[in-house]
Design a protein around this ligand. Structure first.
Ligand SMILES: NC(=O)c1ccc[n+]([C@@H]2O[C@H](COP(=O)([O-])OP(=O)(O)OC[C@H]3O[C@@H](n4cnc5c(N)ncnc54)[C@H](O)[C@@H]3O)[C@@H](O)[C@H]2O)c1
Ligand SMILES: [Fe+2]
Length: 382
């Protein structure tokens, strides 16, 4: 059995890390940056923290900010045209998963124009060339898109989100600066943090998991459960711990895949524009219960990493239950709703379940879930 690990070539971690962007861009001889960010980040001055670094170093750039949460095919195609017009030679993605994913798709299409329709990139795309070099600067502590080989785009016409998996899209440099995350409001911190926890738990229990990714995921679960509450209160320690925890989760799941929490969340994002982290957080405990009997002793280590005491003396049934309870408690403590009543309409269940079943994350789930199983899981949260 051969396992593969793909990670960033270089990554920087810690408060003030964005200063390194100027050094790296200069050292690599980059001429002009195409900065991908979103309108709110521009409005709230988050994007400016990085463009100030570029200004101070006399580095040229152009900002593209027509990116919405759950970014669309159109966001990508408009971005490709704007990149060409800007005559840039590298990308700086400043934002959450939406900005980083859009930058990845733009960078891939610029160097692999045969995929300009975007849709053909779904799944494992056979691109021939690495994307335009990306420097990725996350402003949420959740998706870890700065270190993953994935990006997710929404097909508005077909009402679906599709996942693209391609080592050619990995940012060459990731800059994980917790100060870029400090402006996140409580709700966004909670939702994106629960997305990171979902990555760690799904990545730890996914079919392809192995020792090295287990190591990343367990450490990530520990850091996230220790720091998410603090991050929601905006403590520097909480922000720092979450920045690190979400990144380490990305080092793992990017290389082994996820499961049906993500498949079901993608369907909700596409149909109702539900924020990705909120969808994951609501679904996670229910899917954990469903998957439990296909996870061996893994919930024991999840419970331990989440700080539950006395796990060693528990029966399998007991440690599985406390692991799920610890997730529910963290989710409730940070203010995530417990069900989908406000989100899902009963008449959409068949479409949502079929869409989740066909999602690229579904085959990695520890248990093979049928469309009927998935309908049942959504229903249990209504
Ligand atoms: N590439 C991957 O591996 C991967 C993994 C998981 C999820 N995703 C995708 O990422 C997207 C979600 O990304 P996200 O959860 O990071 O959120 P996002 O990028 O969609 O941003 C959500 C909102 O938060 C705001 N925001 C972001 N950072 C902020 C800050 N520091 N201060 C104030 N406001 C801020 C943005 O302006 C935006 O309005 C989804 O499309 C999801 O499918 C990708
Ligand atoms: Fe996610």
């Amino acid at each position: 059995m051969v396992n593969r690990i793909v990670l960033n070539e270089t990554s920087y971690h810690g408060a003030g890390a964005i200063q390194e962007i100027a050094t790296e861009a200069t050292k690599r001889g980059f001429k002009k940056a195409f900065v991908c960010s979103d309108p709110d980040l521009v409005k709230f001055g988050v994007t400016k923290k990085v463009t100030d670094v570029l200004d101070n170093a006399g580095l040229a750039y152009e900002v593209y900010s027509q990116i919405k949460p759950n970014p669309t095919i159109e966001n990508v195609q408009t971005g490709v045209a704007a990149f060409k017009a800007a005559e840039a030679d590298y990308l700086i993605a400043i934002g959450g998963g939406s900005s980083m994913d859009t930058a990845k798709a733009i960078g891939i299409i610029i160097n692999n124009p045969e995929f300009e329709d975007v849709r053909s990139l779904e799944g494992v795309a056979d691109t021939k060339k690495p994307c335009v070099p990306i420097i990725a600067v996350p402003t949420t502590a959740g998706t870890a898109a700065e270190v993953t080989i994935n990006y997710v785009i929404t097909d508005v016409e077909k009402k679906r989100k599709f996942v693209c998996v391609d080592p050619h899209d990995i940012p060459v440099i990731a800059v994980i600066d917790p100060e870029m995350m400090s402006s996140m409001p409580k709700g966004l911190t909670a939702a994106t943090g629960m997305d990171a926890l979902t990555h760690a738990i799904e990545g730890y229990t996914t079919k392809a998991a192995w020792e090295m990714t287990d190591m990343f995921h367990i450490k990530a679960i520990e850091l996230i459960s220790e720091n998410l509450r603090g991050a929601v209160e905006n403590t520097p320690e909480g922000r720092e711990g979450m920045a690190m925890g979400q990144y380490i989760a990305g080092m793992g799941f990017s290389n082994v895949g996820l499961g049906i929490v993500h498949s079901m969340a993608h369907a909700l994002g596409a149909v109702y524009d539900t924020p990705h982290g909120v969808a994951n957080a609501i679904l996670l405990p229910t899917v954990m219960e469903y998957n439990a009997d296909a996870t061996g002793d893994k919930y024991k280590y999840i419970a331990k990493a989440m700080g539950v005491e006395g796990v060693e003396d528990m029966t399998q049934e007991e440690y599985r239950k406390v692991a799920v309870d610890a997730v529910k408690k963290l989710s409730a403590d940070v203010g995530i709703p417990a069900d989908l009543k406000e989100i899902v309409k009963e008449e959409d269940l068949q479409f949502l379940a079929e869409s989740a079943y066909a999602d690229a994350c579904a085959p990695g789930n520890p248990k093979d879930a049928s469309v009927e199983d998935i309908i049942g899981l959504y229903k249990s949260l209504l």
